[in-house]
Design a protein around this ligand. Sequence first.
Ligand SMILES: Cc1ncc(COP(=O)(O)O)c(C=O)c1O
Length: 379
Amino acid sequence: MSFKFLKEQVRQQQHLSLFRERSLITAQTGTEIIVDGEKYLNFSSNDYLGLNQHKDINKALIEGVDRFGLCASASSLVTGFNYAHQALEEKICQWLNKPRCLLYASGFAANTGVIQALAQNNVKFILDKLSHASLIDAVINDKQSFKRFAHNNYEQLARIMATQNDHNQLIISEGVFSMDGDSADIVQLNTLAQRYNAKTYIDDAHSIGVVGDKGQGSSYYCESDLTMATFGKAIATNGAFVTCDEDMYQFLVNFSRHYIYSTAMSPAVAWATIKSVELIQKETWRREKINQLSQLFIKMLNDNITLVPTSSSIHAIVIGDAEQTLMAAQKLKRKGIWLTPIRPPTVPTNSSRLRVTICAHHNEQDIKYLAQSINEVVI
Ligand SMILES: Cc1ncc(COP(=O)(O)O)c(C=O)c1O
């Protein structure tokens, strides 16, 4: 039989408690989701600031559809780049204090698009071990081109950089790490880059909107050479951006295949994204609320429950075993709490976890109920 591996590999996933399937969400309103007709309190969403379905963003989307259309109808270098895209790029440049910005269809496309373009020129990539799948996929086909350093271990990073100092080197890290919620030290990364005449690439997917006085992500601490962030999490729209200097911008427009050969992001969504960024800059209470609720959550958990220390929306309760993590998530589901269990290969073996996201639209009662339920389930 051909393609025997299809069934075999899925069966193996089931055997290892690693089988994945989708859940159909039939309604989503603020913190609640309806799955199979049942209502749950959602603690797995990346809508950190609670901006999804914000009426001003929805209004801007409709205005964008009317003015620019839903579809770009071409790639950016053909006829897909229009006024809405340009206005969003300028908005982001002002926000992050960067000379240039490029929009991509998704964060995955941006990471692969930038890194693969640089890879054509023998750049050596040095990635934090916990980097997102899209960053790893970008380099994985050329084993000679990359090295990985232990999570946030900058001594090891410096040692690696010293051994290949005669190459162009790019340090790659997430700003806030997606599955742990802890942060990179952006200042140290940039200092190291300067020492070795290298550049930095920061994936701010989970920092943008949440970190910094105006939600500007890791750019609040210090300027990196390249910053990527998706619009699909705290910004609550769709697509992604990369900021950089003029030389990098010109290079990417000419050589980044995901930029060149892909339909530009929806201009209407770009227009709506401008509104979202304005709200993020202005409404500091959203970030303050995440902090307050996170403190409450940490305080209420039993001493036997260890959290990865974080100052972000993401709180990881590492259980270890995949089956036990699945069971914990099932028990929480029975209590009306939705927490998707995170298992390998998304996280390293034996570090399966419950990944809690605390968002600005949760309230104290939600958090108290969550903490009590976790105390009962994780023993
Ligand atoms: C750290 C990180 N980078 C990149 C991405 C990809 O972004 P997008 O969902 O826009 O493709 C994600 C999203 O899952 C992410 O968590």
